[in-house]
Design a protein around this ligand. Structure first.
Ligand code: ATP
Length: 780
């Protein structure tokens, strides 16, 4: 005999409910806690009769218990399990008149309602309490009478209904073709269905019961739960079978006639098949369980034990005349308690989620295979199914590396050796691209520097030249290797021209030895133009006045064909700067404007991309909301009869659009990241060229219009020129001032000009600083 599993959660549970009666055979039936003992009376006609006593241990004995108590003991936990996705079965077994229908359906009074209406109540209470879950409740009710299936909730009257047929899917689960499965949105709707089924069920009169059920009734509640808070593709579908079996008494066919005989045959048959199924289920070694012998066992396949919570209520009628039937019911109880159970949640996946899950599984398996191949040295680039990463995978890795470098993420995930390798190669590619960009920038910068240097007589070490006899200064050109092309060419030119001061070098400066005829710097003497192509007009000259305050050096650079000997004053810095930009500073000004323009374009592009990203974000949010709404809508309508969710074309389009928007968002985000990297870089170049322009202008202006005083050369330093190098604070301040000038605030120039005159800056030092800064940026 099969043994009863120790834990009640691992088997079918049994509760005995005794119908109240004033004639309870207490001398033969004893109830102690969970044990019920039956002692059959000794028959006086039998000899050598052994004492006939049986003890049955069950999960609970409900004697004189209210409907509420019965529900709490037998059904509450099963219904809770159903709400969590675990199937449940509660069925009443017992002889006619023992109270099965009273237990399952109850009486019309609310207080006396049975397990089915109470279960519906518990289900809807739970639905109301849960706001993290969207629940759909579907109801069906089936009657098995004489091996014929009847839909008790069918639209057509019983007489017009064709017979329903049973079918089995590939998993072996039985279903009834054509059975109505109705969605009940609330408790009231569900109770209406229950009452409708009660009304339609077949009831006959029996000697022992005026309202005798001549059929088995299976009332089924399907509960489908979807998460309302997460976009999980997972959901549960569970079913609760509430079964009111026909009376189990073994009545002799001879006791009846006609219809009752047929009914009795069918009832007896189906209940004995049920017993056989139960017996088979308790035998661990038995491979075949005879479910197919009758409709009842076919329909209850998998609902007794297995993965569901099963409870049997054994209804007994404890009067002396029913002792045999009571004994039969308790014996069946004992057997069914040996049926094992392993309750499990019924988790399902919607089709899209399922595809995604399969894709993930396939990917994981491929990676696993690749790892195995690699570990066993069998990696073959052509034969292996995982030989190459897909374009999408490579793009993902590239994005990951970019984000990692930009600091938007701190982790990189790998699923395989190939991904690790690809990540390294993406890093390498990134570094190479950066290196190339920097090299290009470096050569551009060097080119710019050499142009500027050339415009300032090449990479000059400007040295105060010893005053000539006339006390004039010459600029000596350094023809060293630092800027060979321009400088050397020019040096040759100058040697051809005997390096005469005052001969235009095409760059604005006159260089070389001063010819004897310009040794004197008296005003009114003919000078070579410092701005050869922008000769100062007569008006300008008038305005500037005559250079009486100019240094001898400035006088040298200023053109003045007017030899009237009138006093001469320098132009304002604003005016001079305009002239400078068109002449000597043309190239550096062009570079500065070019850098500034590039910076502005990058900033504008970054702004445009940010706007686009915001729009995309809004679109994504909107689509997500639409999908959630759609999903909720689907729960009511878009489901198949077996409870599977259908993805309609609208939802599919939303998903597609969402995917597209996400892809676009990702690519725009990558562009923005690139721009974010570019902007500081361009900004730095703009600042540098701006600074360079300001510096060159200062130098030019001082040399052209103010000049080093001869006293400096002779060692008579003034306070304004006492230090050749400005202290850093002054330098920084000056930088700002120059910037203010360049940013178009000329009204402040007088002030800045005065400030500038307080210190003298070394051009060589400034150039060295610029070069140092440049090399720092490039090596960064
Ligand atoms: N626990 C109970 N308390 C009060 N009345 C009960 C109880 N059990 C059964 N009865 C009464 O006994 C009668 C028979 O009960 P019921 O119809 O539920 O039996 P049954 O087992 O379903 O019989 P059948 O198999 O013939 O349908 C009913 O009138 C019912 O009200």
């Amino acid at each position: 005999m099969a043994t009863v599993p120790t834990s009640s959660s691992q088997r079918v549970k049994v509760f005995v409910r005794a119908r109240p009666t004033p004639y309870f055979a207490s001398e033969f039936i004893t109830i102690r806690d969970k044990v019920i003992s039956i002692q059959l009376p000794v028959s006086p006609r039998r000899i050598n009769q052994q004492a006939r006593e049986w003890n049955f241990l069950v999960d609970g004995i409900l004697s004189n218990s209210s409907q509420e108590e019965v529900y709490a003991a037998c059904a509450h936990d099963v219904v809770s399990g159903v709400m969590n996705g675990v199937n449940g079965t509660i069925f009443a077994y017992g002889q006619t008149g023992a109270g099965k229908t009273y237990t399952m359906s109850g009486e019309p009074q609310y207080r006396l309602r049975g397990i089915i209406p109470r279960a519906l109540s518990q289900i809807y209470n739970t639905v109301r309490e849960r706001d993290d879950c969207t629940t759909i409740v579907r109801i069906s009710c089936l009657e098995i009478y004489n091996e014929t299936l009847t839909d008790l909730l069918g639209e057509l009257p019983k007489s017009d209904q064709g017979s329903l047929s049973l079918s089995e899917n590939e998993k072996g689960t039985s279903s009834v073709k054509g059975l109505s499965v109705r969605v009940a949105d609330n408790e009231e709707e569900a109770l209406n269905m229950f009452f409708e089924a009660e009304k339609n069920r077949l009831v006959g009169e029996h000697a022992l019961n005026k309202q005798c059920s001549r059929s088995h009734i299976i009332f089924t509640i399907n509960v489908e739960c979807h998460s309302a808070v997460s976009a999980s593709s997972e959901y549960t579908i569970s079913k609760l079978h509430l079964v009111d079996l026909a009376g189990s008494e073994r009545l002799g066919i001879a006791d009846h006639s006609g219809t009752i005989v047929t009914e009795t045959i069918y009832i007896n048959k189906s209940l004995s098949f049920l017993e056989q199924v139960v017996m088979a289920l308790t035998e661990k070694r038995r491979a075949h369980v005879p479910y197919r012998h009758c409709k009842l066992t076919q329909l209850l396949k998998g609902s007794i034990g297995g993965n569901c919570n099963s409870v049997m209520i054994a209804n007994i009628w404890g009067e002396r005349e029913h002792l045999e039937n009571t004994l039969g019911t308790l014996r069946f109880s004992e057997r069914i308690m040996c049926v094992c159970a392993d309750p499990q949640r019924n988790i399902h996946y919607n089709p899209v989620g399922l595809i995604q899950k399969y894709e993930r599984d396939i990917k994981a398996l491929k990676e696993e295979m690749a790892m195995q191949e690699l570990l066993h040295g069998k990696q073959s680039s052509k034969t292996s199914v995982t030989a190459h990463l897909t374009e999408g995978q490579v793009a993902n890795i590239k994005d990951g590396v970019k984000n990692y470098i930009a600091g938007t993420t701190n982790t990189l995930e790998f699923n395989s050796i190939r991904e690790i390798k690809e990540t390294f190669s993406q890093f390498k590619e990134y570094i190479n691209t950066m290196k190339k960009d920097y090299q290009e920038e470096l050569s551009k910068l060097q080119e710019q520097l050499s142009k500027v240097d050339a415009s300032l007589s090449g990479p000059i070490e400007e040295k105060p030249v010893k005053p000539t006899k006339g006390g004039k200064f010459n600029l000596r050109k350094n023809t060293g290797a630092a800027s060979p092309t321009t400088a050397e060419t020019e040096a040759e030119d100058y040697s051809d021209k005997k390096q005469e001061v005052g001969v235009s070098d095409g760059q604005g400066y006159g260089i070389g030895q001063a010819p004897g005829d310009v040794a004197n710097t008296k005003l009114g003497k003919k000078r070579i133009s410092f701005l050869p192509k922008l000769a100062i007009s007569a008006d300008q000259k008038k305005k500037f006045g005559k250079g009486q305050n100019l240094s001898s050096d400035a006088q040298e650079f200023c053109i003045d064909e007017d030899t009237s000997g009138q006093p001469y004053s320098p132009p304002s810095r604003v005016e001079a700067f305009e002239l400078f930009k068109k002449g000597r500073g043309k190239e550096i000004n062009r570079i500065f404007l070019q850098n500034k323009d590039l910076l502005q374009r990058k900033r504008k592009a970054a702004y445009d991309v940010s706007c686009k990203l915001n729009q995309l974000k809004q679109k994504i949010d909107k689509l997500r909301r639409k999908l959630v709404d759609k999903k909720k809508g689907q729960m009511v309508t878009a489901t198949t009869s077996d409870g599977r969710q259908i993805l309609d074309s609208e939802e599919y389009n939303y998903l597609k659009e969402l995917q597209e928007a996400k892809r676009e968002y990702k690519s725009q985000y990558a562009i923005l990241e690139g721009l974010k990297l570019d902007i500081p870089y361009c900004d730095q170049y703009t600042q540098q060229s701006r600074q360079k322009l300001a510096d060159e202008f200062d130098t030019w202006y001082k040399l052209a219009f103010i000049g080093d005083k001869p006293s400096q050369a002779s060692g008579e330093e003034t306070s304004a020129t006492s230090s050749p190098i400005e202290p850093p604070e002054t330098s920084r301040f000056k930088d700002l001032q120059s910037m203010a000038l360049l940013q178009g605030d000329p009204s402040t120039m007088a002030f800045y000009y005065a400030q500038l005159r307080t210190g003298k800056r070394s051009i060589t030092e400034r150039r060295a600083t610029i070069r140092k800064k440049t090399s720092m940026i490039l090596s960064h």
